[in-house]
Design a protein around this ligand. Structure first.
Ligand SMILES: [Cu+2]
Length: 346
């Protein structure tokens, strides 16, 4: 009976190991973003990660091997009196301990030194041509601002931030409410954003592309959906984007868009949103001046399409419960016009 129970337990243990290993391996289909660098900072961080991984893996293997050998030898030895360890063996063990301690110290020193070196390299990025972008973390969306000495040339956007390839960008980080953490895994390490403690993070994208950004510090209900996209453009393309974003919102092109603007200005939207060039100037929610040009909306949880926009405007609480945008019980025609207007804001 007891043997049966033991094999049952063993089988369950083996089953558990297989399930857990399966979960682990299920994540291996794709390189984790942080180990697939697209910029200098991320490359350094992932280099450091691989070094730590290599050293700790070797140490683990060495320790497990030594432990297994010791157990094996113990089992094969017939010592009459285990307390009477021969002196030669005693001396050998003493030497072994000294060598192991020295190797451990050396390895820890190497890891510490490379860690410091990487930290210095990360801090050294920057220079005269660094682009300045202000970032504000809100529950639960990211706001980006490109400051300019001329106030009217300042660009404000949300959820989507553009940077020029090959040029360092200093993100000046600020939290509007609670602690958030700014992270673009393929470009570099994360940085906590703490209310009342402005922080900064300098990154450089070396490959053009669209990179995912996340909030990496639990900040409430919709923390897990608090995402953004970072678009790294060749410099000339970035310059054109910035010029376009500086313009006020374009006038409605047709009757539908005209009606959409009336709905926008005539309902609650103006209490929370700004559209430059119209009387809407509230800063409670994202600036919508060029919302039509964005790849994704609602903290990058929805593609920027007519259907998704309509769904979001009518029922944001159904899509991301808890967000600080109320439901809008508008008529179907009003929603159609409103969405057409927002889509025309390019
Ligand atoms: Cu968060």
């Amino acid at each position: 009976v007891s043997g049966g129970r033991a094999t049952g337990a063993a089988r369950r243990a083996v089953g558990a190991v297989i399930v857990i290993a399966g979960w682990g391996l299920a994540g291996c289909g794709r390189t984790p973003a942080a180990l697939d660098p697209a910029g200098v900072q991320a490359a350094r961080v992932s280099g450091l990660w691989w070094l730590y991984f290599g050293v700790t893996a070797l140490v683990t293997i060495a320790v497990l091997t030594a432990a297994a050998l010791a157990l094996f030898r113990r089992a094969n030895e017939r010592v009459a009196d285990p307390a009477a360890v021969p002196q030669a063996l005693d001396r050998r063990m003493g030497r072994g301990i000294v060598v192991a301690a020295a190797v451990s110290l050396l390895l820890l020193g190497v890891l510490l030194a490379t860690d410091f070196a990487t930290r210095r390299q990360l801090a050294a990025l920057g220079g005269a041509d660094t682009l300045e972008v202000s970032v504000t973390g809100h529950q639960w969306w990211w706001e980006f601002e490109y400051p300019d000495t001329v106030a009217s040339r300042t660009v404000t956007t949300a959820t989507e931030v553009h940077v020029p390839v090959g040029r360092p960008v200093r993100f000046a980080l600020r939290a509007a409410d609670v602690i958030h953490s700014f992270w673009v895994p393929r470009l570099g390490g994360k940085r906590d954003v703490i209310p009342g403690h402005p922080a900064e993070l300098t990154l450089r994208a070396d490959t053009a592309g669209v990179y995912d950004g996340v909030c990496a510090e639990f900040c409430g209900h919709q923390h897990a959906t608090m995402r953004f996209v970072l678009v790294a453009d060749p410099p000339d393309r970035f310059a054109r984007w910035l010029v376009a974003q500086r313009r006020p919102a374009p006038d409605p092109v047709g009757a539908l868009e005209q009606r959409g603007r009336e709905v926008f200005l005539g309902t609650t939207c103006v209490m929370c949103h700004a559209v430059q060039g119209t009387p809407a100037m509230a800063r409670m929610g994202p600036d919508l001046t060029h919302v039509g040009s964005r790849i994704a909306v609602a903290s990058a949880t929805l593609p920027n399409s007519t259907g998704h926009l309509a769904g979001w405007i009518v029922d944001p609480q159904g899509i991301r419960p808890g967000v600080h945008m109320p439901q809008n019980p508008l008529g179907a025609e009003d929603v159609r016009a409103l969405v057409a207007y927002l889509r025309s804001l390019r």
